[in-house]
Design a protein around this ligand. Structure first.
Ligand code: AP5
Length: 228
């Protein structure tokens, strides 16, 4: 499980690590955005919360997590990104499945705000870019399919402020929750993406090394698919 504030780089690192460990990358943010895009009843209910930077109600999120964990590719392991986010979600997760390790991504708040302001995504394939740290080859165009890049509605300043506050109030208490169980590890997630990947691998040790298949370059866009 990758735990940390908005913009900490959880999604960026999860997509690399999931490929190395050959397990699905389960991001509740990606699953919820896919539901919004598909205009499902869940998506319609979640959209306003996401846009405003608030958490989507626990029962909705738990429903999609239960469904996703029941899929065959999650049987032998998975990487959680952005879930759980409340103590109630963590309690529910306890009843669903065991967790091996929780890694907390530590990043100064000013850096989070800078990263979120600079993030751009491809609305077609969901690749993630950053105008500073991971720019596309052609300005504002996706490297994969040429689609014009957009800013996530919740990366606008008002929503970012709400998300940071919501994180402090509702998600940060999970650090103590998992520390008490002895599952929590921490990495310095400031610095270039490749350096953070190296710290994550070092923290997780042989688990990752043994499953390693490839090392990504930080200049490549990160592709995040809800079906991963
Ligand atoms: P979600 O999509 O999970 O958003 P988040 O947790 O706020 O995380 P982000 O996606 O903003 O950041 P990240 O840590 O993944 O960073 P990333 O790698 O993209 O959730 C969105 C919303 O959905 C929530 O607000 C809520 O409404 C709802 N939701 C989701 N899960 C929920 C749940 N469990 N319960 C209730 N509601 C839920 O990187 C950010 C940027 O920085 C990118 O541009 C990237 O290229 C760049 N970058 C990454 N690493 C580095 C680095 N080392 N150096 C420089 N730039 C970097």
């Amino acid at each position: 499980m990758l735990l940390g504030p908005p913009g900490a780089g959880k999604g960026t690192q999860a997509s690399i690590l999931a490929r190395e460990l050959r397990v699905p990358h389960l991001s509740t943010g990606d699953l919820l955005r896919a539901a919004v895009a598909a205009e499902t009843p869940l998506g319609r209910e979640a959209e306003g919360h996401i846009r405003a930077g608030r958490l989507v109600p626990d029962e909705l999120v738990l429903g999609i997590v239960r469904e996703r964990l029941a899929e065959p590719d999650a049987r032998d392991g998975f990487l959680l990104d952005g879930f759980p986010r409340t103590i109630a979600q963590a309690d529910a997760l306890d009843r669903l499945t065991p967790i091996d390790v929780v890694v907390y991504f530590q990043v100064p708040t000013a850096r989070l705000i800078e990263r979120l302001a600079g993030r751009r995504i491809c609305p077609k394939c969901q690749s993630v870019y950053n105008v500073r740290s991971r720019p596309p080859k052609i300005a504002d165009r996706c490297d994969r399919d040429g689609t014009e890049l957009v800013q996530r509605p919740d990366d606008r300043p008002g929503a970012v402020a709400t998300r940071l506050q919501v994180y402090e109030e509702q998600t940060a208490p999970l650090l103590e929750f998992y520390r008490r169980r002895g599952w929590l590890r921490s990495i310095d997630a400031d610095g270039p993406p490749d350096a953070v990947t190296a710290r994550l691998r070092a923290e997780l040790g042989p688990t990752v090394a043994s499953g390693s298949v490839a090392t990504r370059s930080s200049s490549a866009p990160v592709h995040r698919s809800p079906s991963q």
